[in-house]
Design a protein around this ligand. Structure first.
Ligand code: SGN
Ligand code: CA
Length: 520
């Protein structure tokens, strides 16, 4: 079956389900929650911010005091996973509570069918004021929001364009600050007789990691430690791990990513990307930017590094810029948390911090995401809700991004529509859940495309992970996460593991049936 046939069939299936579910949704009522007691929801999502760069998750490389406040005053989930580790698919799954093959967004190129049921739409129908501000990336206009102001596509760090309720306009300033100012404005001007649901969605710290003027000089004299697996040679693994195009050493671009002279880039398109991005700066921004990088760049040209030294230099530049973007996110989240405190809103607001997926910060030699390996499968997930979540709760159960919408509906007193495939995990939070899932299913599709990560699906239990790469390859990998937490040793071919492989394949096919992912 060709890709386009598949997409069309899935789209039709999605539409069918949506119509059925809309009929059901009109019967929804708040259960025992009186309107005045309905909690607000502040959903904070960043782009590509991974748990390895959050101090609440034990980061070795930075501090995120404001994000940590959410964890300290609420809960930290250590095993929240995305079902397809890439932007638009993860966002579509979060909104709809459904896997990619059900909501139609299997990769970044698909247009989201905005007539589907989403948690913001259900909250809006129930009387919430709803808004989304910042990164959207779903290629169709947001529905279910009283107010929206979104970046076209990926958005820009400096002087970004935003589409406000259909009208595009350029703003002067830095994206993370601007999105925060707009979110605070919306909060200040809302109708305080109604509960709110605000999706506050950052572009940062997505590639190409452009820090704000304020943090350009941070980490200058610091050496960021290399992850243990930086020099991974993928020796036990399939061609998928070997043939990707996301190595720090080989695939970061000199101009766009590393902020060096774009003339060093041989590919004209990549060279142009930095020239066009740089052209957005005004004169003052340009000067601050050039001053910050000049000395280090000149030292780099003089040193004429090769091999490992060159790769390690690239890693330092990549990481420092990434962390500088994270610093700005953390600072701005602090402003919003302060606003909630100062206005007596912290008690009755569910504050969620997450990111669309995890990311590689040099682990396995990589940047980017997509693979079902641990760093990009995990999403950070922190939730503060003083009414229902005890301070400092730490949970290790396996949660999926399709569970977020059901949790929000549960906490706001709404029924979960039957088409949502995830489960509310409020029972894990209050300790009443005794029968939670012990295996999760994953499916990644975007190939061939950026970074060339092959299509794959797999199952993860607490201890094992089985992955099947397919399409232009037919390769299996098996990891024992207890003995081999960095997934360096693929044990699929060991005959002693045959019974385990059979059992995992059987369980995976049960999950495929359960979720209706039967193609291939
Ligand atoms: C852009 C990036 C890629 C990245 C995808 C998807 N290239 O295409 O590196 O994998 O987005 O990211 S860039 O040179 O334009 O930055 S996602 O988070 O939106 O899925
Ligand atoms: Ca992303």
């Amino acid at each position: 079956m060709s890709k386009s046939d598949y997409t069309r069939r899935e789209f039709i299936r999605t539409l069918g389900l949506t119509t059925a579910a809309l009929t059901v949704s009109s019967k929804f009522n708040f259960r025992n929650i009186t309107p005045a007691a309905r909690p607000n929801l502040l959903f904070i999502i960043t782009d590509d911010h991974t748990a390895q760069a959050i101090s609440a998750y034990g980061s070795r490389i930075n501090k995120t005091p404001n994000i940590d406040r959410i964890a300290g005053e609420g809960a930290r989930f250590n095993n929240a996973f995305c079902t397809n580790s890439i932007c638009a698919p993860s966002r579509a799954s979060i909104l709809t509570g459904k896997y990619s093959h059900k909501n139609g967004v299997t990769d970044n190129r698909q247009v989201f069918n905005a007539d589907q049921l989403t948690f913001p739409l259900l909250l809006q129908q129930a009387g919430y004021q709803t808004a989304v501000i910042g990164k959207w990336h779903l290629h169709s206009d947001p529905k279910g929001f009283d107010y929206w102001n979104i970046f076209p596509g990926q958005g820009q760090y400096y002087n970004p364009d935003l589409i406000e309720m259909g009208t595009e306009k350029r703003y002067h300033g830095y994206a993370t600050d601007l999105i925060t100012d707009m979110s605070l404005n919306w909060l200040k001007n809302r109708n305080d007789k109604k509960p709110f649901c605000l999706l506050y969605q950052h572009k940062a710290p997505h590639r190409n990691w452009m820090p704000p003027p304020k943090y350009l000089n941070k980490y200058k004299d610091v050496e960021i430690p290399l992850p243990e697996t930086f020099w991974d040679d993928y020796s036990t693994r399939s061609a998928a791990a070997k043939e990707q195009e996301m190595r720090v050493a080989d695939h970061l671009v000199y101009g766009f990513d590393l902020k060096l002279d774009p003339k060093l880039d041989t590919d004209e398109n990549l060279r142009e990307m930095w020239i066009n991005t740089y052209a957005r700066f005004d004169d003052q921004q340009k000067k601050i930017w050039d001053d910050a990088y000049r000395e280090e760049n000149e030292a780099f040209y003089r040193a004429n590094l090769k091999g490992r030294e060159l790769a390690e230099w690239k890693y330092q530049r990549y990481m420092k810029d990434y962390l500088r973007c994270v610093d700005s996110v953390d600072e701005n989240i602090g402003r919003v948390l302060d606003y909630l405190d100062d206005n007596g809103l912290s008690e009755n607001t569910i504050v969620v911090y997450t990111s669309d997926q995890g990311f590689y910060l040099g682990e396995h030699g990589w940047f980017d995401k997509r693979f079902m390996y641990e760093e990009s499968l995990h999403m950070p997930l922190l939730i503060r809700y003083p009414d229902r979540i005890r301070k400092g709760l730490v949970n290790d159960d396996m949660i999926l991004n399709i569970d977020f919408a059901p949790l929000f509906l549960d906490y706001t007193g709404l029924e979960k529509p039957p088409e949502m495939q995830g489960e509310s995990f409020s029972g894990l939070i209050d300790g009443t859940e005794k029968n939670w899932r012990d295996a999760v299913y994953y499916h990644y599709y975007e190939y061939p495309a950026w970074h060339m990560v092959k299509k794959h699906y797999g199952i993860r239990t607490k201890r094992y992970k089985l992955i099947h790469f397919y399409y232009d390859i037919d390769a299996w990998e098996l990891y024992d996460l207890e003995k081999d937490p960095h997934e360096l040793n693929n044990i699929y071919d060991d005959p002693l593991n045959a019974p385990l492989v059979n059992e995992l394949k059987h369980r995976m096919s049960e999950l495929q049936k359960k979720y209706g992912d039967m193609q291939e």
